[in-house]
Write a protein that binds this ligand. Sequence first.
Ligand code: GTP
Ligand code: MG
Length: 393
Amino acid sequence: MSYYDYDNDPINDIYQSNQDYSYKMDLDNSLPFEAKPRLLLLGLRRSGKSSIERVVFHKMSPNETLYLESTSKISKNDVISFIDFQIWDFPGQIDFFDSSFDLEIILERCGSLVFVIDAQDDYIDALNRIVDTVVIASKFSITLSYEVFIHKVDGLSDDLKIEIQRDIQQRITEELMHENLEDIHMSFYLTSIYDHSIYEAFSKVIQKLIPQLPTLENLLNILCSNSNIEKAFLFDVMSKIYIATDSSPVDIQTYELCSDMIDVVIDISCIYGPKQENEENGGESASYGTDTYSVIHLANSMVLYLREVNEHLALVCFLREENFEKPGLLDYNFACFKKAIEEVFEVRRRLAQGLLPDADDISGNNKLNENSIMANNIETVSSINNSDINSNI
Ligand SMILES: Nc1nc2c(ncn2[C@@H]2O[C@H](COP(=O)(O)OP(=O)(O)OP(=O)(O)O)[C@@H](O)[C@H]2O)c(=O)[nH]1
Ligand SMILES: [Mg+2]
């Protein structure tokens, strides 16, 4: 595995590595800082890049972003979760094509270019910059995904949002055709830090960087169909980004409910959870830990079910009350699901340590057959449990 030579990078002096590593959790398991996939946040000044990074990954409240200073150096932020990656927040005034930038090095390990456009401002200059950047970047990398956040849409009416998105999409597509780049696929999202849209958009961007996504979706589909779950999300708890969901369509209200449940569970367990008697957190309660589990019955006969999968991930399910009458089935299937996810992590850990597996192993798919056998009724669960007990005897 070759690593990016950070110390010898000619533009090292304009990098500003974010020293607040509050988001770091599992260092032993992580990739070296220089080797992680990158996501670049690009866009004109004041378009909202730093605000997005702060709100999603540092829990800054949206109102506080009003006091953010303009970024003067590239800020590199390390995110450690189910996948490790870096977010590079570029200053708006920086010229990406300046000869002092070694684009080959910057783009070498880059997974996504995220362009942030201020939808409340005149965006023609921003579109020109995007097209110029894509023209250059496409020469260096063919695997990059190009994402456009049409940002700050909180102040706009629904009709105007759609109109702006259509206009931006059309202008960019025409310009790319003009440059003979019609094969480049760009995804467009309407975003705001004042609602869930930024988390939803980031979820979709991050999902493209996860090679195990089909495996995770597959597991969630099996879990949903065997346990009569309407919708299931696998959330990264710290950022509330969902890294996978089952293949039924995402209804934004269900997503918001499931995402809000994470906040509720963390807030309640901060107040009432068991105290951790160590110096690190001054005896504060562990807000999210092993075996975190919560069920919320809603007034409309629906149930929200949250379970901790590991230190980074939580499963949040949305199901009908009548399908929750036998929670043992869900508990059993969750145990199978959790074991299967551990197998996916095992593959990732081996990759991080440079113990490269077979090509088939990378998705973790061929390890999961055993653990993804879930039960579809409670009788099967008890017969499996009985046979386990018999075989143990
Ligand atoms: N209404 C609204 N304002 C936002 C949103 N996101 C960011 N802002 C505001 O936009 C302003 C600029 O945000 P920054 O995050 O500093 O912008 P930037 O792109 O990092 O700017 P540079 O560092 O100068 O390149 C701040 O006052 C934010 O509060 C949003 O979703 N809606
Ligand atoms: Mg900034």
